[in-house]
Ligand binder design. Structure first.
Ligand code: DON
Length: 575
């Protein structure tokens, strides 16, 4: 634990600044989504791109199931949501089938074989700024293509060529740029300039793209065609692999042919929990999301949250105190469970939650006085996007996928037309040093060859009487978990419809820094005064917390409600 407290105060202030500035990309997006959810009778796709949602719904209408539609949406997002949709990143898919099966597909990126623990440190042991965030060394071995194809083969009904073709057409023929995407390109133009292959894709020979321009991606179209024709081998072997390895060699990156050939998606049992009779099905390690969400819900179940009033100081106090304990546990215990013995059962047990509940009184406890749980000696040593899909047969899919930062490593593979992730920053570069989301960690999430970096992505399906009730997830780095938590609480505790549950302003606390981040409107003046009197420090303003995409199913009326977050420009499309 000492590593955590070794962090200097200044690092926390830096973190606050980083967390605040990270939100600016999203806060520039126009609020165009409706205030009421979209209603449908047969199926629904909600994503951060209207075009991608429509691609998914077309697949449903043509008889595809939720997995077919999810994979079609995923490939379309790689074309129409360049800052986060991807084939050069990774993600997680949580699936509930109408026969009752719950499963997850882990296609998180892996550290290259030659990665090592101190790879981002200089000779004096200090973190070299931005090395894990930008350029070839920040790239983890991509998993998206292998994962989506695995899911399609095992749980889909349609051939790859059918579900990938819309993405190929969009990349080849182009699509009309909306304001927020064009602005996103402009915002990063100086960074892109450093990488000629990226500059070539995201500008018109150096001239910025404008809203209304048709954006074509011929190299990406060709890469997608190779995947269509050869499956995962079209990406991990042959021409695309040649281009990735060439790019790595030119930029001193680590990924080799062997890394690409070795990449494997893993099907894992979901982590499951129970909140007031609702079953929570979510992502296990290497995501911290599912465990943290269930731990939070287990603690909060002990309070009468709905009696406290949404947004009241007591409600916020309880949420925040629970968040502190859970993020402290995340810091110490969470990592890739294939490499580190994560105490999953202990962390999601009702008994452990009860212990934490008992420690939450009326006072704000400073984060420095809160530490991770102590299970047994064994453990002591040591821009993203979400889419939700539901089909006419009751199958549900919840996917969160990421390049990590907006536009990932900022490196487009020359000739292959896609961006590579900068997921290596999700590892611990040095104990006690916060990553871009202010998250810290230790042994559990240290860099090792072929290990998967810890994630906060929380694609989740909530079941009511064994049937899908809420399908939800979000981007937002460390704030993903608290976003998903608040959407679920808004629905279950405060009876909000899914659109209101998603639109409602949110708060966030992640143990360190000891600060409540809050969106405008989350806390009224009186509540802020009370919380300040209790000793909380509050940061409010230019902050958005998450960008959720959700579906709620009313199994009595059989109406499917879709809601895209008003913080973004996505859409729910149903039929
Ligand atoms: O896996 C994770 O937790 C992060 N790489 C997610 C990054 C993210 O959500 C960025 N979007 N705002």
């Amino acid at each position: 634990m000492s590593i955590i407290f070794a962090v200097k105060k200044s690092a926390f202030y830096k973190t606050i600044l980083i967390l605040t500035s990270l939100t600016l990309f999203f806060s520039q997006l126009k609020c165009t989504a409706p205030v009421k959810p979209v209603e449908a009778k047969n199926g629904m796709v909600v994503s951060a791109s209207t075009i991608a949602s429509e691609v998914g719904v077309k697949i449903l209408k043509e008889g595809g199931n939720a997995v077919d539609a999810a994979v079609a949406t995923g490939f379309a997002l790689a074309v129409t949501l360049p800052y986060a949709g991807n084939i050069g990143g990774g993600g997680f898919m949580v699936i509930h089938l109408s026969d009752g099966t719950n499963t997850t597909i882990d296609y998180r990126e892996k550290a290259p074989l030659s990665a090592f623990r101190e790879m981002y440190l200089d000779e004096e042991g200090n973190v070299i700024p931005r090395l894990s965030l930008e350029g070839a060394l920040s790239v983890g071995v991509p998993g998206s293509v292998a994962g989506m194809i695995y899911a399609l083969k095992k749980y889909g009904t349609m051939p790859l060529e059918k579900v990938i073709q819309p993405a190929i057409d969009l990349a080849e023929k182009g699509w009309v740029l909306d304001e927020s995407t064009a602005n996103g390109f402009k915002k990063f133009v100086d960074v892109f300039k450093k990488y000629p292959s990226t500059y070539k894709v995201f500008t018109k020979n150096g001239i910025p793209y404008e809203e209304g321009d048709v954006f074509k991606q011929p190299d990406l179209a060709h890469t997608l065609e190779l995947i269509r024709d050869k499956g995962a081998d079209g990406f991990y072997k042959g021409k695309v692999a040649d281009l990735i390895v060439k790019q790595m060699k030119e930029m001193n990156g680590l990924i080799t042919y062997e890394d690409l050939e070795n990449y494997n998606p893993v099907e894992r049992n979901p982590v499951t929990g129970n909140y007031r009779g609702y079953e929570i099905v979510s992502m296990p390690p290497p995501s911290s999301g599912g465990i943290a969400l269930i731990e939070l819900l287990n603690i909060l179940e002990n309070f009468n949250l709905n009696e406290e009033g949404w947004g009241s100081s007591l409600y916020i106090h309880r949420l925040v105190e629970a968040m502190k304990y859970v993020y402290a546990d995340r810091t110490v215990y969470l990592g890739d469970a294939d490499f580190y013995p994560v105490p999953v059962k202990e962390l999601i047990s009702k008994e452990y939650a009860k212990e934490i509940f008992k420690k939450i009184g009326d006072a704000a406890v400073p984060s420095t006085q809160i530490s991770a749980g102590n299970f047994n000696k064994h453990y002591e040593s040591p821009q993203t996007t979400h889419y939700s899909v539901y089909d006419a047969n009751g199958n549900a899919v919840s996917v969160t996928t990421t390049l990590n930062s907006e536009f990932g490593s900022k490196v487009v593979v020359e000739g292959a037309g896609f961006l590579l992730n900068n997921e290596m920053n999700d590892f611990v570069e040095k104990p006690g040093v916060p990553n871009q989301f202010g998250l810290m960690g230790g042994e559990a999430n240290s860099i090792e060859p072929e290990k998967r970096m810890l994630s906060s992505m929380t694609p989740t399906i909530v079941l009511k009487e064994d049937k899908p009730y809420i399908i939800v997830g979000s981007p937002g780095g460390s704030r993903i978990i608290t976003t998903v938590l608040q959407v679920i609480l808004n629905c279950i505790e405060f009876n909000m419809n899914i659109q209101k549950a998603i639109n409602s302003p949110r708060i966030h606390h992640q143990w360190m820094p000891d600060t409540i981040f809050c969106e405008t409107g989350a806390l009224d003046d009186d509540t802020k005064d009370k919380l300040t009197e209790m000793g909380y420090s509050i940061v409010e303003g230019e902050i958005t917390i998450g960008m959720a995409e959700g579906i709620m199913i009313d199994n009595k009326s059989k109406i499917i409600y879709g809601a895209s977050d008003t913080r973004g420009t996505g859409a729910a499309a149903g039929y």
